[in-house]
Design a binder for this molecule. Structure first.
Ligand code: HEC
Ligand code: HEC
Ligand code: HEC
Ligand code: HEC
Ligand code: HEC
Ligand code: HEC
Ligand code: HEC
Ligand code: HEC
Length: 265
């Protein structure tokens, strides 16, 4: 049986394309373009010719075994030496001629530890503006074994969650005692002796009302006078609202959690 004519034509077209491809691939193309081995070896040569910059943490062991051992036991065990000290291969070759920089500046550690909602839950985070400001981080934390120094905190010992929440809020710089008057006995019998809690809209108004600060010195709140003086100082940076209309007559903390207040942003 003869093939129909259109099929013959199609076969010719396909045949021509196949012939062109085969001639191009095996006759016209120079072998250097096609040979896989040549490509691979030239890539290897090119990569091998690049200067090595990172020595790797095991290279530090020989001369800094004390640091290596200390770090291996601490919270920073997962970090590479050169992640903080920069590429150090030149230093391993000639330690006295080239010394790697040590990141002693306060700006460095917050690259990983500044509060960021995107970081995993439980990752140790701080608010760099509020966490022991103006002192280098390494003044209190050993970079190779960063245990938080244990200073018993009066309130955080029992109210750690509130303390941590407040630490990342805009109220971070306000002491607990700015808003709560705490009898000493509260720390011994916390359930029977209760601290005060703010009772009025005017209390928040001492910092947030339009005329806040001016009246502060005269204001007699629930707190002692040194707390009042502190409030007057902080009030200067507080955003203002019109107390007579803002939030109608509801208590401020029915809308704003006082330990993590949110405004417009
Ligand atoms: C061959 C030995 C040797 C090796 C390997 C070596 N170091 Fe050093 N390192 C030294 C010596 C010696 C000094 C002190 C140099 C000086 O004070 O002039 C030093 C100093 C340092 C300092 C101090 C800088 C400062 O400001 O105080 C750092 C940081 C450092 N090394 C990091 C590293 C890292 C990271 C590695 C691994 C990638 C490494 N070293 C590998 C010998 C070595
Ligand atoms: C989290 C960042 C970080 C990592 C990781 C780190 N370092 Fe350091 N390193 C520092 C800082 C910051 C200093 C400065 C400390 C100071 O001056 O008190 C320092 C100081 C040093 C010094 C000089 C002073 C000393 O303590 O002897 C050496 C040497 C050193 N580092 C080596 C290493 C080696 C080796 C590793 C890996 C095992 C390493 N570092 C990992 C941040 C880091
Ligand atoms: C490259 C990121 C990185 C850098 C830079 C870094 N850290 Fe860390 N830090 C970590 C990791 C990861 C942990 C361990 C977290 C864990 O165990 O869940 C940690 C843990 C800590 C802890 C322990 C907190 C706790 O109790 O759980 C402290 C304190 C700390 N780092 C302080 C510092 C200081 C100070 C510096 C600057 C010298 C610094 N870090 C630089 C990543 C970093
Ligand atoms: C004046 C001493 C001091 C300085 C300076 C300091 N810290 Fe701390 N840090 C502490 C103390 C005390 C704690 C533990 C109690 C607490 O949470 O406040 C701590 C806790 C931490 C924690 C653990 C928080 C958690 O939730 O487990 C991290 C991370 C940390 N600091 C990082 C830093 C960084 C980064 C810097 C520099 C920007 C720094 N610290 C500066 C004293 C200090
Ligand atoms: C020994 C542990 C402990 C210490 C320290 C402590 N508290 Fe308390 N606090 C408690 C307990 C327990 C309660 C009762 C919680 C409850 O009833 O759910 C409480 C309740 C409170 C209340 C709520 C009172 C109420 O009537 O609702 C406030 C406000 C408060 N504490 C503030 C503080 C402040 C501020 C500090 C630091 C100056 C502090 N506490 C220190 C254990 C403690
Ligand atoms: C800006 C003022 C302010 C600051 C600063 C503040 N609080 Fe409060 N706190 C309040 C108010 C207002 C309430 C009452 C909230 C309510 O009744 O819903 C409260 C309630 C509480 C309660 C009762 C339980 C709860 O969560 O409602 C505890 C416990 C407490 N505060 C502890 C603390 C501790 C500890 C600190 C410091 C880390 C602190 N507060 C800082 C204003 C403040
Ligand atoms: C001692 C002064 C003081 C007192 C008292 C005070 N605040 Fe604040 N508050 C501030 C300061 C300062 C800021 C802004 C800090 C900043 O912007 O860094 C602020 C910020 C705020 C914000 C804005 C947060 C944002 O994201 O913009 C709200 C909402 C707020 N406070 C509510 C309250 C409430 C509710 C009370 C009463 C329970 C209260 N504040 C008591 C000083 C105070
Ligand atoms: C009915 C809910 C409600 C009540 C009650 C309320 N607020 Fe607000 N507040 C808001 C809302 C919503 C915003 C953000 C939008 C805006 O600025 O109006 C806000 C914003 C703020 C801001 C930030 C303003 C800025 O410029 O960033 C402050 C400060 C504030 N409130 C303080 C207070 C104080 C103090 C009280 C008590 C006197 C209070 N709020 C009562 C709902 C409330």
């Amino acid at each position: 049986m003869r093939m129909p004519e259109q099929v013959q034509r199609l076969a010719i077209v396909i045949g021509v394309i196949a012939a062109v491809v085969l001639v191009g691939r095996f006759v016209l193309m120079p072998p250097t373009l096609v040979a896989r081995e040549l490509h691979r070896s030239s890539t290897e040569q090119r990569e091998a010719a690049k200067p090595v910059k990172f020595a790797g943490s095991s290279a530090c062991q020989d001369c800094h075994d004390n640091v290596v051992e200390k770090k291996a036991k601490g919270y920073h065990k997962g970090l590479a030496c050169e992640g903080c000290h920069g590429p150090a291969v030149k230093h391993t070759e000639d330690p006295s001629a080239v010394t790697p920089a040590a990141p002693r500046d306060r700006k460095f550690c917050p690259v990983c530890h500044a509060y960021d909602a995107a970081r995993p839950t439980g990752f140790p985070q701080i608010n760099p503006t509020a966490h022991n400001p103006l002192t280098p981080c390494i003044g209190c934390h050993d970079a190779h074994d960063p245990v938080p120094p244990r200073t018993p905190k009066a309130c955080a010992a029992c109210h750690a969650q509130i303390e941590r929440t407040k630490a990342i809020s805009t109220h971070a710089l306000l002491a607990c005692t700015t808003c709560h008057t705490v009898p000493e006995a509260h720390k011994k019998s916390p359930r029977t002796v209760r601290p005060s809690k703010p009772q009025t809209r005017e209390f928040c108004g001492t910092c947030h009302a339009k005329d806040a600060g001016a009246k502060e010195a005269a204001a007699k709140g629930t707190t002692a006078t040194d707390a009042a003086a502190k409030r007057a100082k902080t009030a200067r940076q507080a955003p203002r609202v019109d107390l007579s209309t803002h939030g109608e007559t509801f208590q401020c903390w029915q809308c704003h959690y006082p330990h993590l207040p949110e405004g417009r942003s």
